[in-house]
Design a protein around this ligand. Structure first.
Ligand SMILES: *[C@@H]1O[C@H](CO)[C@@H](O)[C@H](O)[C@H]1NC(C)=O
Ligand SMILES: *[C@@H]1O[C@H](CO)[C@@H](O)[C@H](O)[C@H]1NC(C)=O
Ligand SMILES: *[C@@H]1O[C@H](CO)[C@@H](O)[C@H](O)[C@H]1NC(C)=O
Length: 694
């Protein structure tokens, strides 16, 4: 390297060091930007392995599946322009000094050449008990500016989105237009050819996107080629108020939709501007439920708003109320997480809320809502029972009715005779088409799903005022599934569990205890609905099985003793996460002895690796949801072993996408060949906060 190169590199290095940002509480593998629903799911890759380490300027935001969702931001200060968001370039980046996140917000702070401070806040609201707000598939971006040096500065602010947001196919033709409604200026853009309830590359082939800001006198706007619109702002600080009406493909001179606000002279008082991005779809899902053919379910927002523009302007003009509600949710998660297990727990929980809700689609009507879940990144199945199951703690913690709305499509499908098997179904098809499996050909996880459905039905019923009628309504099918457990739970046949990537195995200790707790739950369900003979029978079977299970599934001679991965394999071990259900349902140590809890609690730290306790002895990988289920019922010391390792992993992992729940506990990286991301199972991180005592 020549002297000049060395100098250049040293200068570059020093400028990088100067521009270094604080990350609080940690630098997550990906930062949620607009994460509200399966089709509004945009992140900033932040890991070292492919991401740029958590800097908003200089890298494109991406949809969870990695397609770019073009989102560019510039600020002009006294005539000099800087990038604060996006990968387009055109000028240098503003210096990011700080990043923080909470349950609903990602906040970036920039110093623009030491002259002004720019705060950029991405708020994706989560309002679990306010379905009108939750039903809207929109997200906020607020940019706020003030002087840093005591002088006033002339400031113009720019932000655009590209047509990439609305299509999984970059060759697809897009149409757009500009308008105003109730104080809101908006660019709308949509596929020219639409097909409802179908996707291309995980993005919908129907619906309309809206990118909006305040319709103020300081606003100019423009649609057109990325280079044209962005360069207009870089050169002039204003846009031309013109539409490019040459509707064309997403990747044909990349159409973008720009807004520029001239903030004038900005001094010590912060001046802010708001933007929103989101999607309207009249219909959302088709389900094989009632009747003999598919039922189309409208998006839930249609129950509350007459048309797209009313939804767009309501959301936009609701910012101050939405902010207040978001702060209340952020504070609730923060205070409860800190009180339950400290700051490292909050690092985990506060990163998990948007990701979980970002996989949910709210449909139906205000009097009969149904929530559909997309199993993001692992097949995109719809309504996967063993994905709802790990996500359940967040629903129970925030609003148990959400669990009811999630279970409803599964009951509708199976109670209307659309599934031939005696065990509970695994999923309802591929999102957004819940056409079920009339031939019974779903992924076979019979023991897993029978246990899950009965446990979830009781968990919900225990938290609602009409438990008896709810359980009576579903008693027949719950009893059918309990029958399967009587036959199959104690000596599980060779089969997969929810951890299907780990392979099939007979006599899985953790699967057996799920089925046995399911039988104990069925005894409770029978009791609550006045089926006393059933209650006695299921109760006796459960008690008998749990006694036998201790003989089969525990290596009592080991030092320290532990449960095994499978019967008759004494040196094997694994996370006994299904024991959590025993505590969740309040059966406690009357049913599974305290000694089992203590044994596992003492054992886990002895097999912990750098970033966690392996899922089982077959591999070094582990799962965050299941570790936190184990942590929730462990001693305080063992709980900290899990939580500290996971929080540390979030900060150090080289993975660079929305939180994976599966990683190698030794290296912190993805396991070979399996890349999970953005999955809603991270709702399971709330296990500790969903227990009845907390
Ligand atoms: C940015 O946020 C910080 C708090 O994190 C606040 O003190 C500051 O006033 C904000 N600046 C602007 C320009 O809004
Ligand atoms: C499962 O465990 C039971 C009880 O120990 C045993 O009888 C049976 O042979 C085992 N099945 C398999 C496939 O190993
Ligand atoms: C599992 O992790 C341990 C500890 O780092 C390491 O020694 C071992 O090689 C790893 N095993 C596999 C299969 O990667």
């Amino acid at each position: 390297m020549g002297l000049r190169d060395a100098l250049a590199r040293a200068l570059l290095y020093s400028s990088l060091v100067l521009a270094q940002s604080d990350f609080s509480p940690v630098r997550p593998p990906a930062i949620p930007l607009a994460v509200k629903a399966p089709y509004l799911n945009t992140w900033l890759d932040a890991g070292s392995d492919g991401g740029n380490g958590g800097y908003l300027a200089g890298e494109w935001p991406t949809f969870w599946q990695q397609q770019v969702t073009g989102w560019q931001g510039y600020i002009r200060v006294d005539g000099s322009a800087y990038v604060w968001m996006g990968g387009y370039g055109g000028t240098g980046n503003a210096d990011q000094t700080e990043f923080t996140y909470s349950s609903t917000r990602s906040n970036f702070v920039f110093s623009v050449d030491g002259r002004v401070e720019l705060n950029v806040t991405f708020l994706s609201p989560v309002t679990p008990s306010d379905l009108r707000r939750q039903s809207l598939t929109f997200s906020y971006l607020e940019a706020s500016v003030r002087s840093l040096d005591g002088d006033t500065h002339s400031v113009q602010l720019y932000a655009d989105v590209s047509a990439e947001w609305c299509s999984g196919n970059p060759e697809a033709i897009v149409e757009w237009s500009y308008g105003t409604h109730e104080g809101v200026s908006y660019h709308q853009f949509a596929l020219q050819d639409q097909t409802e309830i179908t996707e291309t590359n995980e993005l919908p082939n129907w619906g309309t996107f809206y990118w909006s800001t305040s319709d103020l006198d300081d606003l100019t706007w423009q649609s057109g080629a990325d280079s044209v619109v962005r360069q207009a702002f870089l050169d002039q600080g204003v846009l031309g108020d013109i539409s490019d009406t040459n509707y064309r493909a997403v990747n044909d001179d990349w159409p973008v939709f720009g807004f520029a606000h001239d903030l004038g002279d900005v001094g010590d008082d912060a001046v802010s501007r708001l933007f929103t991005i989101g999607l309207t779809q009249d219909n959302a899902i088709q389900l094989l439920g009632e009747g003999s053919s598919l039922t189309t379910y409208p998006s839930l927002w249609k129950s509350y708003f007459d048309n797209d523009l009313d939804a767009v302007s309501f959301f936009f003009n609701d910012y101050s109320e939405a902010s207040q509600l978001a702060t209340e949710l952020d504070d609730k998660v923060a205070s409860d997480s800190l009180a339950a297990a400290g700051a490292n727990y909050l690092t985990i929980t506060s990163l998990s809320v948007r990701q979980t809700f970002g996989a949910l689609q709210f449909t139906g009507t205000d009097s009969d809502p149904l929530v559909f879940l997309k199993e993001i990144s692992s097949n995109s199945d719809i309504q996967t029972v063993d994905v709802i199951f790990p996500a359940m703690p967040l629903m129970l913690y925030l609003n148990p009715e959400l669990l009811n709305y999630l279970l409803k499509p599964l009951f509708l499908n199976q109670e209307n005779g659309h599934y031939p098997n005696t065990n509970a179904i695994h999923d309802l098809g591929t999102f957004p088409l819940a056409k079920g499996y009339p031939d019974g050909s779903d992924e076979p996880q019979p023991l897993e799903e029978c246990g899950n459905m009965i446990i979830m039905a009781l968990a919900y019923a225990q938290r609602t005022s009409d438990a008896e009628s709810y359980l009576n309504q579903h008693y027949t099918i719950l009893k059918q599934w309990a029958g399967y457990l009587v036959d199959e739970a104690l000596i599980p046949a060779d089969q997969i569990s929810t951890d299907d990537f780990a392979g099939s195995l007979a006599n899985q200790t953790n699967l057996a205890i799920k089925g046995i707790i399911g039988l104990r739950a069925m005894a409770e369900i029978s009791q609550l609905t006045g089926h006393t003979d059933d209650a006695t029978s299921y109760g006796n079977t459960a008690t008998d099985y749990i006694t036998q299970w201790q003989g089969y599934g525990i290596n009592a001679a080991a030092s320290p003793p532990h449960t095994t991965l499978s019967y008759n394999d004494p040196s094997s071990h694994g996370l006994l996460y299904n024991l959590y259900a025993n505590s969740l349902l309040g059966f406690g140590t009357d049913f599974v002895p305290e000694s089992v809890y203590d044994m596992q609690s003492n054992f886990y730290p002895t097999v912990a690796l750098e970033y966690g306790v392996p899922l089982d002895t077959r591999h070094n990988y582990t799962k965050t949801d299941w570790m936190l289920w184990c942590a929730a019922i462990a001693s305080a010391d063992t709980r900290a072993v899990f939580i500290d390792r996971i929080a540390n992993w979030i900060n150090e992992t080289p993975t660079n996408r929305a939180l994976t729940d599966l990683y190698d506990a030794a290296t912190g990286n993805y396991p070979d060949g399996i890349l999970f991301t953005a999955r809603p199972v991270v709702g399971g991180h709330f296990a500790l906060l969903a227990l009845p005592s907390s």
